[in-house]
Design a protein around this ligand. Structure first.
Ligand code: SF4
Length: 364
């Protein structure tokens, strides 16, 4: 569901809270260290994400609990194919984002800034209670970049954990080290989204990001801290579909996160300021998938292509069909006890089992 109509300008509002991860500078300025943009912000000014505000030398978040969406989603939608398959999650978002992607499919919330910030207030308890009411297995911080509502995400995640739910986030990977390490106490899994193969010029030209390098540092921290990671890459025709970039990215994942890390190549659809760019051709996605497989990755998926054979999980050892999917739905589960291939016994990197789960979603 979407909410609308609440403008945030008044610091006495209940969704305005003191921010974390910033330092004072001279003359009432502050530096926000929550993400790698590390914005210097003058008094009366906003950070690049548009939702962190310096009032008289103190930094505030303007979106603590000011939610733009609360949805019940299948976890496969994140996408997370290897973490708690068949689970349902309460997905939440606020307005704002630290990136300015010209092709963002959620631009109406992510690109809200300053006085345009909108939403409906929910306490962390509200979100967890909604999860319980709808029998969700976890909470997902998603749709816009969750880093920019860190304080709220942290409080919800802590409470959700206490109530027996897991936490997952869909992130661009630009969260600062200190914040990420602290969050890792409660965060179970993350989908880390690349665009355009992680190409430097692509990030600068189409996303307002000076350098994608910190994303790789974040991925290493996530692995080190035991957060289950799946990596996606949005393939943007003509501007962000270079085969060498995907090869480089797949090689890095293989070398640093391991060959069992699920890697998703996502089909681009025209959105926002790039609505004149056509969807990614299927043959381009298939060619890139082959490149990623040749680099040694064992689980390469195509996203936004329902019905394609690369939505399924195959045994890396004997190629037996282990999990058949359609869109976000698991339609066949052939793994044996301990998530092993029933044919050759290969142990697959999947956390949790679909066995015994009610099929609660039929999306297509
Ligand atoms: S979270 Fe926002 S204010 Fe803080 S560094 Fe990132 S973009 Fe700047």
């Amino acid at each position: 569901m979407r909410f609308s109509g609440v403008a945030v300008v008044d610091l006495s509002r209940k969704w305005v809270a003191k921010a974390r991860y910033w330092v004072p500078l001279e003359g009432g300025k502050v530096r926000c260290n929550l993400c790698y943009k590390r914005c210097p912000i003058a008094s009366g000014g906003y950070g690049a994400c548009g939702v962190r505000y310096n009032s008289g030398g103190t930094l505030y978040t303007l979106v603590y609990g000011l939610l733009t969406a609360v949805n019940l989603d299948p976890i496969e939608k994140k996408p997370l194919m290897h973490f708690m398959p068949g689970s349902s999650v309460i997905s939440i978002s606020t307005a704002g984002c630290n990136f300015m992607c010209m092709f963002c499919q959620n631009w109406s919330i992510s690109q809200s800034r300053r006085g345009d910030v909108f939403g409906e207030f929910h306490t962390p308890e509200d979100v967890v209670n909604i999860g319980k009411k709808y029998k969700a297995d976890g909470i997902s911080y998603t749709y816009n970049e969750p880093t920019i509502y860190y304080e709220y995400m942290f409080d919800v995640a802590k409470l959700a954990k206490r109530e027996g739910m897991f936490n997952t986030m869909v992130t661009n990977g630009y969260m600062g080290d200190e914040a990420l390490i602290e969050l890792s106490r409660y965060m179970d899994a993350a989908t880390v989204d690349f665009k355009g193969g992680g190409n430097l010029d692509f990030y600068r030209k189409f996303m307002g990001v000076p350098d994608p390098e910190p994303i790789f540092t974040s991925l290493k921290i996530m692995k080190d801290k035991g957060i289950f990671v799946e990596v996606t890459n949005l393939v943007v025709p003509k501007y962000g579909d270079d085969v060498n970039d995907v090869r480089k990215l797949a090689r890095w994942i293989n070398d640093n996160l391991g060959p069992e890390t699920p890697f998703h190549l996502l089909r681009f659809y025209p959105h926002y300021m790039m609505s004149d760019v056509p969807p990614t051709l299927l043959e381009v996605l298939e060619r890139l998938a082959k490149v990623a497989l040749d680099e040694g990755l064992k689980h390469v998926y195509l996203g936004n292509v329902p019905g394609h054979e690369l939505e399924h999980t195959y045994c890396p050892s004997c190629n037996y069909l282990l999990v058949r999917r359609y869109g976000f739905d698991v339609v066949e589960w052939n793994l044996s006890e301990g998530n092993k291939c029933p044919k050759c016994g290969y142990k697959v990197n999947i956390v949790g089992s679909f066995k015994g789960k009610e099929r609660r979603f039929a999306w297509w």
